[in-house]
Design a protein around this ligand. Sequence first.
Ligand SMILES: *[C@@H]1O[C@H](CO)[C@@H](O)[C@H](O)[C@H]1NC(C)=O
Ligand SMILES: *[C@@H]1O[C@H](CO)[C@@H](O)[C@H](O)[C@H]1NC(C)=O
Length: 436
Amino acid sequence: MVLVFLALVLISGAVHVNVMLPLNTVNLDGSLNKNLNLGDKFQQLHEGGVHGVMVDVWWGIAEREGPKQYDFHGYLDLMSLASQYGLKVQAVMSFHRCGGNVGDDCNIPLPGWVVRTGGEIWYKDREGHQDQEYLSLGVDNEALFVGRTPIQMYRDFMQAFRDTVSARGYLVSTLEEVQVGLGPCGELRYPSYQLDRWSFPGVGEFQCYDARMLRMMAAAANASGHPDWTGPPGDAGTYNSRPDDTNFFRNNGGGWNTEYGRFFLGWYSQALVDHGRNVLKQARTVFGGAFPIAAKVAGIHWWFLSTSHAAELTAGYYETRMRSGYKPILQMFKEYGVILDFTCFEMADQEQPSSADCGPFELVGQTLDEARAVGIGYASENALPRYDDTAYSTILYNARRILKISGFTYLRLTADLLSGANWSRFRGFVSKMAAL
Ligand SMILES: *[C@@H]1O[C@H](CO)[C@@H](O)[C@H](O)[C@H]1NC(C)=O
Ligand SMILES: *[C@@H]1O[C@H](CO)[C@@H](O)[C@H](O)[C@H]1NC(C)=O
């Protein structure tokens, strides 16, 4: 194991800017996508002062042939190309499906042999719809997948990636960080706002109706002396409800703030924290004590300024006006030396519709504050593609607002970004970040 690494990168003065690569950087057959002409683009990024690139290492591509039949060759070619242009690589262990979320312009399901396992392996909503983006945490420790559990599959995948990179010594210094996917979109969350059923700013739905999660909940209820709490709340509306349309989420006197509501939300959010811990523990063992590992938390800014924070609750963050839903996650990250990667850095409250109580500014502020208090690294991204100076100013402001962030990954590399005035504005932004 030769992944040796310089933690110094994280504390040096400039805030590095990386660029997220297209979702189809590696083809479904595992080869590097030559149509993207990445060599020319990397040359331009390098000249523009960009530090590195982020790439999804898709589970559905790299282990597509069968259990433990790993094929990382397209990713190795990519890393080798990046190193030729002096760019570093943030590799994302993407254990989720690509397709069906904001900005997804391609479709990469989980490996076919995983999908074919069938049964209750996915998150399920109250209507019984199963979401095939990411395996339910209910099966985390069930050896259903040709003899392995999901936690073992994630560990084996990360280990194989590590060994493959280590075997090419010259790539070790190119791999600067591994980001560990923990849910849909790579984020530690439930798939509570699936785009084919939800539209902004609906509250979303709880996703704990698969048989195992229902049993977990009933056991927890019974253990807390309430065998009568037999299931998740039935009065939480549907994907596109507004908080005050539902008994559970309504701001005044809603079910969320009853003894049962607090039990349920505590259980639902803790199950997510435990899932994150189980995966990150493996990641830390695989990559060794000092290697930078990051993980993503979703930026759910709609209804943030309301009392019940409905959309965060369905996503698994037990955040209300009375308590923080992020601190327990950040404390868990701290146990494994994991950097928080948080989004929404380009968003201003006044850019959002006023009817949805959006608070990206306050949400980003809270997470920065808590990361500082807990003592973990904080890296960030923009949530939606933007090419304008207003967005860049907001990012620059947030980047040194409460703590200085450890890096910024710009979403995403497109032809628009690299052309004309868009490119000169971006270059200006990169140099201002370097001077922070
Ligand atoms: C419920 O809790 C009681 C008391 O702790 C225990 O005896 C019983 O076995 C539990 N039942 C289930 C189904 O877990
Ligand atoms: C800059 O980006 C905008 C927004 O995507 C796009 O409409 C425009 O064509 C781009 N400009 C150039 C020169 O590509």
